[in-house]
Design a protein around this ligand. Structure first.
Ligand SMILES: NC(=O)C1=CN([C@@H]2O[C@H](COP(=O)(O)OP(=O)(O)OC[C@H]3O[C@@H](n4cnc5c(N)ncnc54)[C@H](OP(=O)(O)O)[C@@H]3O)[C@@H](O)[C@H]2O)C=CC1
Ligand SMILES: CC(=O)N[C@@H](CCC(=O)OP(=O)(O)O)C(=O)O
Length: 346
């Protein structure tokens, strides 16, 4: 049995972890923490859990949590995973951080983009970036996992085959992404009120979104050459889902068929990445509630650009689903355990 605690269990990603882990026969949910809802039953706060998860939310007792758990999922705003990971490491326990505290390898870059000091440089050095399709062997041996950002996952999976081959001009990449409002978390915020969001569509974080250095860090590793991108996120009136349209200028000598074949070959054995047949384009609805990423790709001979469309569920492959995929790898389980599901349609 794997003993699991979820820190920040009442946020959108935390409660998605509860949904994914609550009925697993190989998992014991030990502690579900929340400051606001300590003392309340999680199934009363989230009635979709009724009859299935009978836990009461608790204030975080770090000593107790790190004693009882084999793995601790941290689903808190950035900046808060550092002391938890430090204590867990002291006790030889594993941590999967859904936030950004261990994603950027350079503490100075983290501090520049997140405006908080990084106090655990040794743990940062040791942390493994949790994108299984990129380096699952490193994840298997990790004690601290930096679960990737949601936009980042959609973009990295869309570009990885091309970056590894050097088939795109590195600084030509433009990433245009759209997210549902659950991406912004559950905390009250005027910008995310129904009245602000419905029947509307807006860009934000233009030219300075904090996922930019994370995307560039990983693309640079994949390509083996310094890569800079243009990234613009948008907020769309839906609850879940991310769609990223990615444009990149091709280095010479590739056809649409070749590029499509490269994607099919790269992801042939990947359980959660589906390359659509040529001419088909993905939609967020097809991956809702699943850990899947669906990709469409083509080459525009007129402009010389490769175009990739990538969709994920931000709370699943973009957060909790990927975190559970990482847990499975860390504990030597089949990577798909508890994650094989067909999406909701319509
Ligand atoms: N939503 C998404 O699609 C994605 C989110 N992430 C990342 O995952 C993490 C969690 O996101 P999400 O679930 O959306 O966030 P939410 O805002 O929905 O939930 C945050 C949780 O953390 C607790 N919390 C909030 N502030 C603090 C604090 N200062 N100290 C301790 N606990 C706090 C909240 O409960 P309480 O206040 O009661 O303690 C709540 O349980 C974030 O780092 C986010 O960036 C990553 C990928 C995708
Ligand atoms: C719609 C929306 O606001 N999305 C969030 C990104 C999701 C998220 O929580 O970011 P991490 O993956 O880095 O943790 C944002 O743009 O800040």
């Amino acid at each position: 049995m794997i003993h699991v605690s979820i820190i920040g269990a009442t946020g959108y990603t935390g409660v998605e972890l509860v949904r994914l882990l609550g009925l697993r026969e190989d998992v014991v949910l030990d502690h579900l923490t929340s400051r606001t809802y300590a003392g309340q039953k999680i199934q009363h706060l989230f009635p979709h859990l009724l009859g299935n998860v009978d836990h009461t939310c608790e204030e975080l007792d770090l000593e107790q949590v790190t004693t009882d758990s084999d793995v601790i999922f941290v689903a808190l705003p950035h900046g808060h995973a550092l002391p938890i990971a430090k204590k867990a490491k002291e006790k030889g326990k594993k941590v999967i951080d859904l936030g950004a505290d261990f994603r950027l390898k350079d503490a100075a870059v983290y501090e520049e983009w997140y405006k908080v000091p990084h106090t655990e440089p040794e743990l940062l050095e040791e942390a493994v970036y949790g994108l299984p399709e990129w380096d699952r062997d490193a994840i298997k041996d990790a004690t601290v996992i930096a679960n990737p950002g949601c936009f980042v996952t959609s973009i990295l999976l869309g570009l990885m085959p091309l970056m590894k081959k050097g088939w795109v001009v590195p600084n030509s990449i433009v990433c245009d992404s759209k997210s549902g409002t659950s991406g912004a978390g559950r905390a009250g915020n005027v910008a995310n009120l129904f009245t602000e969001v419905e029947s509307s569509f807006k860009a934000y974080g233009v030219a300075h979104h904090r996922h930019t250095p994370e995307i560039e860090q990983l693309l640079t590793q994949m390509a083996g050459t310094e890569t800079m991108i243009q990234f613009t996120p948008h907020l769309v009136p839906m609850s879940r889902g991310i769609l990223s349209t990615i444009y990149a200028t091709a280095t010479e000598g590739h056809t649409a068929d070749e590029i499509h074949a490269l994607f099919e070959e790269t992801y042939a054995d990947e359980p959660f990445v589906q390359v659509l047949p040529a001419g088909m384009w993905p939609m967020t609805k097809s991956v809702k509630g699943t850990n899947n990423c669906q990709l469409g790709v083509t080459y525009d001979e007129r402009t010389g650009r490769i175009i990739i469309v990538s969709v994920i569920d931000n709370l699943m492959k973009g957060a909790a689903g990927q975190a559970v995929q990482n847990m499975n790898l860390m504990f030597g389980l089949a990577e798909t355990t508890g994650l094989q599901m067909i999406g909701l349609f319509p």
